[in-house]
Design a protein around this ligand. Structure first.
Ligand code: NAD
Ligand code: LMR
Length: 329
């Protein structure tokens, strides 16, 4: 028997990630083939017409699982009864900007959205923040939703995780499916730390297989951490299809579970694990069981990793302090 329809709200629906994301949500790739979807598209007034155009195209796909599309520029209407919130709408950075430069420009969007989620969302609401700076925007949204459990607010580092999988697979000459237990720690920014010390390549320890600390420090880590800037340089626009793909991966795994014997990465509200101050939204190694993320515990962190995790977490502390002084939390 088919499941009850799930309401999925996508903010920034007329943007480039929105365009790459909505068709995959409506086709069933987000929640599986047995779950019908109702879409809510939130846009700013100037972009509502473009969102209407996307909705026309969604209709024209005749997706069997799509049970309706509402388009609005009203934040409260957008989140009324929402089960899954994909918070994409925000300004992307352009050449020469760091993601932190977007703090002030975009931070103001996420407080009202958190408040609307607090006021109207369904009890099982799950929120993924994609709009940058994603970790701190998730922190802002959560701060405005005191009645929603903190673990329902997450930030997207799955794109970084997928980028790291791909780079490590190329280096070691295996397929991405042969790599498990990679971790992205910290912020979705150039300070993030992609960690291969616990990863496995076809069942063998990845750091031992690579056996090349210079490649790790000077090639792998910067390539993954600065991939967003490299895409902007090459395309003239920030990543879109790969970002949408990562959002699908994140929510699908959250709802349906991660595979046994592996883990993934997600930005979660810290419970203090691995010395990350409680309340910061930081990326961790995670599994999903019973529809909830759990941080993988008990990993030994060596000095190489400790330094890099601490540096990224320090940046998150500074971002939190910056939005606090702007009155956003
Ligand atoms: P875009 O400019 O193409 O689209 C953004 C859309 O958001 C626009 O249509 C705009 O009208 C809308 N918007 C702006 N303010 C809004 C608001 N208050 N409510 C609803 N909609 C609003 O940008 P994009 O390329 O789709 O990127 C969106 C965001 O995602 C950017 O911040 C980008 O940096 C970020 N991003 C994050 C990741 C990640 O891995 N976390 C990856 C890629 C991009
Ligand atoms: C990315 O990682 O591609 C996005 O966060 C866009 C950016 O600004 O890097």
């Amino acid at each position: 028997m088919a499941n009850a329809p799930v309401t999925v709200t996508v903010t920034g629906a007329a943007g480039q990630i929105g365009y790459a994301l909505l068709f995959r949500v409506a086709s069933g790739q987000l929640l599986g083939p047995d779950t019908p979807v109702k879409l809510r598209l939130l846009e700013i007034p100037q972009a509502v017409k473009a969102a209407e155009g996307t909705a026309m195209e969604l209709d024209d796909c005749a997706f069997p699982l799509l049970r309706g599309i509402d388009i609005t520029d009203d934040v409260n209407q957008a989140f009324e009864g929402v089960n899954v919130g994909l918070l994409v709408g925000a300004r992307p950075r352009t050449k020469g900007m760091e993601r932190g430069d977007l703090l002030e420009a975009n931070g103001g969007i996420f407080g009202p959205q958190g408040a609307a989620i607090n006021a109207g969302a369904a009890d099982d609401v799950r929120v993924l923040v994609v709009g940058n700076p994603a970790n701190t925007n998730a922190l802002i949204a959560k701060a405005h939703a005191p009645d929603v459990p903190a673990d329902r607010f997450t930030a997207m580092t799955r794109l970084d995780h997928n980028r790291a999988l791909s780079q490590l697979a190329a280096k070691t000459g295996v397929g991405v499916a042969d790599i498990t237990k990679l971790t992205i720690w910290g912020n979705h920014s150039a300070t993030q730390y992609p960690d291969i010390f616990h990863a496995e390549v076809a069942g063998k320890n990845a750091a031992e297989v690579v056996n090349d600390e210079a490649w790790l420090a000077d090639t792998f880590i910067p390539t993954v951490a600065k991939r967003g800037a490299a895409i902007i340089e090459a395309r003239g626009a920030s990543s879109a299809a790969s970002a949408a793909n990562a959002a699908i991966d994140h929510v699908r795994d959250w709802v349906l579970g991660t595979p046994q014997g592996d883990w993934t990465s997600a930005g979660l509200v810290s419970d203090g694990s691995y010395g990350v101050p409680e309340g910061l939204v930081s990326s961790f190694p995670v599994v999903s069981r019973g529809g909830a993320w759990e941080i993988v515990q008990g990993l030994q962190i060596n000095d190489f990793s400790r330094q890099r995790i601490d540096a990224s977490v320090q940046e998150l502390v500074e971002e939190r302090d910056a939005v606090s002084s702007l009155g956003l939390i």
